[in-house]
Design a protein around this ligand. Structure first.
Ligand SMILES: Nc1ncnc2c1ncn2[C@@H]1O[C@H](COP(=O)(O)OP(=O)(O)O)[C@@H](O)[C@H]1O
Ligand SMILES: Nc1ccn([C@@H]2O[C@H](COP(=O)(O)OP(=O)(O)O)[C@@H](O)[C@H]2O)c(=O)n1
Length: 217
């Protein structure tokens, strides 16, 4: 079973996707780390994340081990990620890794949860369940601001809000695999939901799908 969890920055999609994976004992892939990794590779090489050749070269030599680098969690990496993510060569280089993770989840798991922007629209248009997690941009910026401060990173709310608005705009308007709600996705707005309520809202369509696929479970 493949569960696609898409949505804008700090909507809570990672929190939900990880909980689902834990609940069902499925594998989990945070696909944002792929683009963050490529963005950081380009910066480390002194390149410009908007340069299609530099970004595509980095993506083609991407090593998944980089996904564990704590630098990927910072906002500089997020901004670079959304720039390299608009380049078709970068997305093409990341496609097979994501599809093979979903089709053959590691450790023999029976399913996979992938979170990102285009999982239900481009990577797995036939995903068993598609969720689109969203929240008001001010709520999302506040969450990310708090998260950065808790991690000991300097953060200014107004700056986080502006970066997030710019990033959302880039992600929605790019021509290759833009962030969009798949027609068959279940939309969950977490603005007024705590983590537990958001998780329960996400599990509802998954349970229904499991019951339909396997009525005598
Ligand atoms: N429903 C929620 N209510 C309040 N805070 C949340 C909720 N969901 C996630 N968070 C917090 O918001 C931040 C961003 O969540 P995360 O799951 O990383 O978002 P995303 O993967 O969409 O960027 C984290 O600090 C997380 O703990
Ligand atoms: N499937 C994906 C995942 C991320 N991305 C890009 O990578 C950036 C960082 O994604 P992320 O999911 O790590 O960011 P947050 O939502 O955690 O802030 C996004 O702004 C997108 O530009 C993408 O294009 N497609």
């Amino acid at each position: 079973m493949i569960i696609a969890v898409d949505g804008p920055a700090a909507s809570g999609k990672g929190t939900i996707a990880r909980r689902i994976a834990r609940e069902l004992d499925f594998a989990y892939l945070d696909t944002g780390l792929l683009y963050r990794g490529v963005g950081v590779m380009v910066l480390d090489r002194g390149g410009n994340p908007e340069d299609p050749e530099a970004a595509t070269r980095a993506a083609e030599s991407f090593d998944p081990a980089l996904m564990a680098d704590p630098r990927l969690r910072g906002d500089e990496a997020a901004v670079a990620a959304s720039k390299v993510a608009a380049i078709p060569g970068v997305r093409a280089a990341m496609l097979e890794f994501q599809r093979s993770f979903g089709r053959t989840p590691p450790d023999g798991r029976k399913g996979a949860v992938l979170d990102g922007r285009d999982i239900g629209t481009a990577i797995f248009p036939d995903a068993d369940v598609k969720l689109f997690i969203t929240a008001a941009v001010e709520v999302r910026a506040e969450r990310r601001h708090k998260e950065l401060l808790e991690r000991g990173s300097p953060s200014i709310y107004a700056r986080v809000l502006q970066d997030m608005q710019e990033r959302d705009q880039r992600d929605r308007s790019r021509s290759t695999a833009p962030m969009a709600i798949a027609p068959d996705a279940v939309v969950i707005d977490t603005s007024a939901l705590d983590v537990e309520a958001a998780f329960q809202a996400a599990m509802d369509p998954i349970r229904k799908k499991q019951d339909r696929q396997n009525p005598v479970r």
